[in-house]
Design a binder for this molecule. Structure first.
Ligand code: NOJ
Length: 603
């Protein structure tokens, strides 16, 4: 190892974030995202389920997280993997029964884990009883008023009401098949910001508002500790639904799809006809401005929900999935009388670049502090390429978030894992609440060579294969290296194929193994708790404040230092390494932190 730098003192400057004063659990919780389809399969049908989750909750307790958030398990035709809900009060038979949910929740609570469920209020499934009623009812009827039905433009109403595009690609409007309920302009159109099987609800409608408050109460009564609110920035649309020439994307800053991938042949198979506009070139990517997002009216909804949660004890919480920018707009969702947390996607989308990361950390803390809310941190979820793959791409700067396919440049797995571990250890050292997506504690990459035939994400079909879609980050977890299906379930079946690389990363290969990614996360969470990092104040280490490749900060009594460069960083004498994301070498001239490595130090 060559060392060109001498040790920089680890003296911290002025505090940029004060230690948390509020005592609520969600201010510093580490929350583990379970994607039920892919966590663990209890009945051997190849699909994860709630009994599978219950059986593996010990993994989360051992890891040391505070809470679990489950993606949707409600009754659903699964056109968008459960984000198309047909009944908000029932469990889909794929995942089990309400009794299975109760058993899972009760076991989680016994283990000291809080339980957050997903709420999908922007749209229902087209199989929801309300949508069936709307189709059977006349234009202008109360049943249609629960959704966003409009007459088409043009003499015969054959053009969509406006030019909005679906976030999954293609038009955001679908025209009903001719039926006995057509108005004077012929069959109406309905809005769907996502797939045509996900009609948008009309949040100006009192019945819709009342229904969701009751859904909240239904799950609060069943003992859930909070809700992750899907598309929290999209429920209210600008009056008049004006045309919008900009692009829409769920993932802000996402790559607009990779040209040249083989075209998909099937579409989403909806029961109603999608017309000429469907032929429009599907494309996504860009920003989330526009008349369908971040409207003032959404905040009234969250103020009402805040009151519903306040009827219950135990510090229940709401978490916004809101892809909005700048961050000051995001902070408006977590004002005192609205939600408790919002996902920090700006952190997730920040490149592996010291200055950029310092900027987003400072901005996140400052902006959330201004409204008294905790900052959250997140690097992966079920909608984006896992960070172990993202960070292994040459073009990290513009790496795709919406999926990597076999024809795309492939990530360097070794580099990706090394950087992912460094990024995770940095994240877990920051004050606030952190989200861990299932499998990142094993260092899992995406499956980046899935064949088109097995893909299920509607984004792949609606973009006609231009976007690989999100299946690659949703692969069933590997639990046991030598079991069929890597121990995902008893039968060895898995709803998506697992890549060979998952075998060596199986949980049973990592438990108790010094240096494994699982043990790194487990140790980090233990230290984080013991040192009070989640509630600590933060200051930058002055000697590295403007460094090109080094991030160094002090949280509570710990220095967190990440070396993103190629030159080892020599630590001052006396610095004690508490944990590191990769081995650090020490010799007579001191300890050196190698490239793409994070350490926590007592110094
Ligand atoms: C965001 C969810 O995370 C994503 O998986 C889903 O496709 C869309 N919202 C639509 O519900």
């Amino acid at each position: 190892m060559t060392r060109t730098e001498s040790a920089v003192p680890l003296t911290a400057g002025e505090s940029i974030h004060a230690a948390a004063t509020g005592s609520e659990w969600w201010r510093d919780a580490v929350i583990y995202q379970v994607y039920p389809r892919s966590f663990a399969d209890g009945n051997g049908d190849g699909m994860g389920d709630l009994p599978g989750v219950t059986a593996r909750l010990g993994h989360l307790a051992q890891l040391g997280v505070d809470a679990v958030w489950l993606s949707p398990f409600y009754r659903s035709p699964q056109k968008d993997a459960g984000y198309d809900v047909a009944d908000y009060r029932q469990i889909d038979p794929l995942f089990g029964t309400l009794a299975d949910f109760d058993a899972m929740r009760s076991r989680a609570h016994e283990l000291g884990l809080r339980v957050i469920v997903d709420l999908v209020p922007n749209h229902t499934s087209d199989q929801h009883v309300w949508f069936a009623e709307a189709l059977a009812a006349a234009p202008g009827s109360a049943a249609r008023e629960r959704y966003m039905f409009r007459d088409g433009k043009g003499a015969d109403g054959s053009e969509p009401p406006n030019n909005w595009q679906s976030i999954f690609g293609g038009p955001a409007w679908t025209r009903l098949a001719p039926a006995g309920h057509d108005g004077p302009a012929g069959p109406q159109w309905y809005l769907h910001l996502f797939d045509s099987s996900q009609p948008d609800l009309n949040w100006e409608n009192e019945e819709v508002r009342a229904e969701f408050e009751n859904v909240l109460r239904f799950w609060l009564d069943r003992g859930v500790d909070g809700f992750r609110v899907d598309v929290a920035h999209g429920m209210v649309k600008e009056p008049g639904l004006p045309d919008w020439a900009g692009k829409v994307a769920m993932v802000e800053g996402a790559d607009a799809g990779q040209p040249g991938r083989a075209g998909a042949t099937s579409s989403d198979g909806t029961p109603v006809s999608n017309t000429a506009a469907d032929a429009a070139e599907a494309e996504s990517g860009g920003s989330n401005e526009g008349p369908m997002f971040d409207q003032e009216g959404v905040h009234e909804i969250y103020r009402a929900w805040h009151k519903v949660l306040a009827e219950y004890d135990d510090e229940r919480c709401l978490v916004a999935e809101a892809w909005v920018s700048p961050m000051s707009r995001l902070a408006r969702y977590v004002r005192d009388d609205e939600m408790q947390q919002a996902f920090n996607f700006a952190f997730l989308t920040t490149q592996w670049d010291a200055a950029a990361i310092r900027r987003v950390v400072a901005e996140s803390l400052e902006t959330m502090d201004a409204v008294g809310a905790p900052t959250t941190w997140v690097l992966s979820n079920h909608d984006v390429v896992r960070h172990a793959s993202r960070l292994g791409l040459d073009e990290v700067a513009d790496g795709p978030l919406n999926g990597i396919g076999p024809e795309d440049p492939q990530p360097d797995a070794t580099l990706g894992l090394r950087r992912a571990r460094a990024a995770s250890l940095l994240m877990l050292g920051l004050p606030g609440s952190a989200y861990v997506y299932q499998g990142e504690e094993l260092g899992l990459p995406d499956h980046t060579t899935l064949p088109d035939e097995v893909r299920q994400d509607p984004a792949f079909f609606r973009t006609k294969g231009k976007e690989a879609g999100r299946d690659g980050c949703r692969i069933p977890l590997p639990w046991e290296a030598d079991a069929p299906g890597l121990g995902f379930g008893a039968s060895g079946e898995t709803w998506l194929p697992q890549p060979e690389a998952y075998r060596a990363l199986a949980a049973d290969q990592q438990y108790g193994v010094a240096g494994s990614t699982f043990e790194m996360y487990r140790n980090a969470l233990e230290l984080r708790r013991a040192e009070g990092l989640g509630r600590g104040g933060l200051s930058w280490v002055t000697g590295y404040a403007g460094a090109a490749d080094v991030i160094a900060l002090r949280v509570a009594g710990v220095v967190v230092l990440s070396n993103l460069g190629t030159t080892p960083v020599v630590l001052p004498e006396g610095a004690e390494v508490l944990i590191s994301s990769a081995p650090v070498a020490g010799d007579a001239s001191g300890i050196a932190v190698p490239s793409d490595t994070t350490v926590w130090l007592r110094a």
